[in-house]
Design a protein around this ligand. Sequence first.
Ligand SMILES: Nc1ncnc2c1ncn2[C@@H]1O[C@H](COP(=O)(O)OP(=O)(O)OP(=O)(O)O)[C@@H](O)[C@H]1O
Ligand SMILES: [Mg+2]
Length: 245
Amino acid sequence: MANFLGSKTIINLSKTKKKKKVSMELWKQGAEAKIYKTNFYGKPCIVKERFVKSYRHPSLDKSLTAHRVKSEVRAMLRCRMNGILTPTVYFVNMDTSCIYMEEIQDSVTVKDYIKSVQSSKNLTEAVKTLTPLAQTIGNTLGIMHKQNIVHGDLTTSNMLLRGEPSDNKLYLIDFGLSFFENLSEDKGVDLYVLERALLSTHPNTEKLFDVILQAYCKSNDTGSKEVTAKLEEVRMRGRKRTMVG
Ligand SMILES: Nc1ncnc2c1ncn2[C@@H]1O[C@H](COP(=O)(O)OP(=O)(O)OP(=O)(O)O)[C@@H](O)[C@H]1O
Ligand SMILES: [Mg+2]
């Protein structure tokens, strides 16, 4: 009886249920993806859609896009399992190459935060203000590399700061180029990409990168020596390339 009533209720419900339209508002568009704001069962949600690249061969584009979506979701989950903050993944649609994830509300990118500090303070004060953030970045990346997660695109736009900087809530995002690897070379390149991104986007941040590196070595106690040696190697290669042209 209970079953009968139960199923009847469901039938009635499905007959009367109206399909609710959920609106998606295009928020940002990058080279690879469109970012929409919406809600997912009432929760503020970001939809990251990787769109078709017409200049690529369709089947290559399809497999590359699928690979990036999978890499991104996998790395986000693996980070969260190891205490690194990343948005919660709500849903993945492989047909439309969309990742539905938690919107990190009240956040700013580390890029915007550094810019605002640098524009409102003199150099010494700015370095002092940004030092705790640099420590948090180094500490987070050390934990990430210890788990053999290589981000692949470490820039200050791919880090979000939530709340007050003293809250130390640093979220890593944009893991589409990430992979799992235990090679110091890959981790060294990861840090080199960050160093180049930091120095080219934000002037006078050499000291901050040193702080990042020190905190990195503390939290990645086992492998950091090899990684920093590789970083130095990659820097040398970079310099040689610039000299040779
Ligand atoms: N979960 C999120 N919560 C809040 N803001 C987000 C979130 N995800 C992305 N953003 C914002 O959107 C911007 C772009 O996102 P993201 O870096 O993932 O895409 P992208 O750089 O366009 O992608 P790709 O580098 O793969 O082409 C971020 O810099 C950030 O400002
Ligand atoms: Mg990005």
